[in-house]
Design a protein around this ligand. Structure first.
Ligand code: NAD
Length: 489
């Protein structure tokens, strides 16, 4: 059988993983995968097309009935096996994530632990795939509701967590008895291929896991349009979510859309300022600001604004930017177009009157001559209607506004089309209860930095998505329900 990859001109060239085999694409075009820190091409992958989508989905469909017929605990054992192999390869996989995505190595190690955890969490649910038995209105009749798989799922993932997002979809999908075709973002396809490679050491039936590579508008769109998959689960941009929504409408496919965010960070006048500064830094600059739940805009009460701003800017200036394989706080932006977008947004904000408190520019000298680098940046004198306060930056840039009271902070936080996460620092119980009631966000962090739990629920409101992942509600999305009426008179 062909290998996962061959060396071509000194660079590894990967194949698709379809039906348990490493398979050449019928399209003889390749995508170059770039290291964001150096700009070097580290691999090439197939730029798959409609034919590849068809082969992967046909394989997944053929494998699905027997996979669903297995007792869930047997499926779970395979997920636990894969989780173990991922942890055994933790360092190698973490370095691969750094190479294709650019986050600092310590964070990449954390990502790989999360990658394993999504599988073990799903596996733990194997003995809890329960339904309901309900009384019938008729004599000698039994009624029950049973959870069954959708069939074939397609998982489309974003570039910011290429390994973890793969298993966040794969774990619950497979545990529920679906088979899956994964297409990672075209810039970060390697982690998913390596996870597929690890799966070949276990007894997964061919076709249960399929991993293919290609662009969103090419292969991604072909996977969504294909008649086989019933469930499409996307983690990505609002733009892609809307396109997929439209294109899935013809077949009335079931969608889970985990999209972008624009998290507000509210600092009340009674906040613990030291803790708020620390959390605001972590929640903005981790992964170079490229997390859907990142702190994207700050509202600080005027009574504590001077103290907060002084301490926050000092902490931002102390952040170490550099080679993500060394001990740094902030690595490169993921890609050239992403870097251009951040620069454009900062320039537009300053042209409209925003003031730069620190940073504001690309880094281009010395060790930053290659790759995609931007200075950690704090902006002030912003207005809530500016694009920098309304559009997702997804980079190391944070605008800060002073507010006159808690109500203004709440109001401005809600003035957004996004609704994924929000942060609040206050010790006041009445304020806490008000924000639980009034903030229109799916995930609210009070007096702490971000970081969602595998057994909670990660769901965006408004334009941040439809559905939600993790925990019992996330798993439930991978099932459909059948109701059975049995008359035994
Ligand atoms: P993206 O939308 O460009 O791509 C996401 C995936 O969808 C990729 O695999 C891409 O190839 C595919 N795709 C794009 N257009 C498609 C189409 N028309 N049809 C089918 N597939 C298509 O997003 P990105 O730039 O990779 O990711 C960044 C975004 O993801 C940010 O907005 C971020 O907030 C969001 N995100 C959300 C979550 C969450 O859980 N809510 C988590 C991580 C990232």
């Amino acid at each position: 059988m062909p290998a996962m990859k061959d060396m071509v001109n000194g660079v590894p060239r990967y194949r698709h993983f379809i039906n348990g085999q490493w398979t050449d694409s019928t399209v003889k075009e390749w995508i170059e995968v770039e290291n964001p820190a150096t700009g070097a091409v580290i691999a090439t992958v197939p730029k798959g097309g409609a034919d590849d989508a068809d082969r992967a989905l046909v394989a997944a469909a053929a494998a699905q009935p027997a996979w669903e017929a297995l007792p869930p605990i047997e499926r779970a054992k395979l997920l636990i096996g894969l989780s173990r192999l991922i942890l055994e390869n933790r360092d190698r996989l973490a370095r691969l994530v750094v190479a294709e995505q650019g986050k600092p190595l310590t964070e990449a190690r954390g990502e790989i632990e999360g990658t394993a955890l999504y599988l073990t969490y799903a596996a733990e649910e194997a003995r809890r795939i329960t339904g309901d038995i309900i009384p019938s209105d008729n004599t000698d009749e039994q009624v029950w509701i049973q959870r069954v798989a959708h069939g074939v799922a397609v998982g489309l993932t974003a570039w910011n967590y290429p390994a973890a997002l793969t298993t966040r979809k794969m774990g619950p999908a497979l545990l529920a008895g679906n088979t899956i075709v994964i297409k990672s973002h075209e810039g970060t396809p390697l982690s998913a291929f390596e996870i597929a490679q690890l799966s070949t050491q276990l007894d997964f039936p061919p076709g249960v896991i399929n991993v293919v590579s290609g662009t969103g508008e090419g292969l991604g769109a072909a996977l969504v349009k294909h008649p086989i998959p019933r469930l499409i689960t996307l983690t990505g941009s609002v733009r892609a979510g809307k396109e997929i929504f439209r294109s899935a409408a013809d077949d009335l496919k079931i969608l889970r859309l985990e999209l972008g965010g624009k998290a507000p960070f509210i600092v009340a006048e009674d906040a613990d300022i030291g803790a708020a500064v620390k959390a605001a830094i972590a929640s903005r600059f981790e992964n170079c600001g490229q997390i859907c739940i990142c702190n994207e805009r700050m509202y600080v009460h005027e009574r504590v604004a001077d103290e907060f701003t002084e301490k926050f800017v000092r902490a931002v200036k102390a952040l170490k930017v550099g080679d993500p394989l060394t001990m740094v706080d902030v690595g490169p932006k993921f890609s050239g177009p992403e870097l251009d977008k951040v620069e454009r947004m900062v320039k537009a904000a300053t042209s409209a009157g925003a003031k730069v408190l620190t940073g504001g520019n690309r880094l281009t000298e010395g060790e930053f001559a290659r790759g995609h680098w931007f200075e950690p940046t704090v902006l002030t004198a912003v207005d809530n209607r500016m694009p920098i306060m309304q559009d997702e930056v997804f980079g190391p840039v944070i605008p800060l506004m002073t507010v006159t009271d808690f109500d203004e902070g709440l109001r401005l936080a809600n003035e957004s089309r996004y609704g994924l996460s929000a942060y609040v620092f206050t010790k006041d119980m009445r304020r806490l209860m008000r924000l639980v009631r009034e903030l229109k966000f799916g995930e609210i962090y009070v007096n702490r930095p971000g970081g969602d739990a595998v057994h909670a629920h990660h769901a965006g409101l408004r334009h941040s998505g439809i559905g939600g992942e993790d925990g019992k509600y996330g798993l439930d999305a991978y099932f459909q329900k059948k109701t059975i009426y049995v008359n035994f008179a």
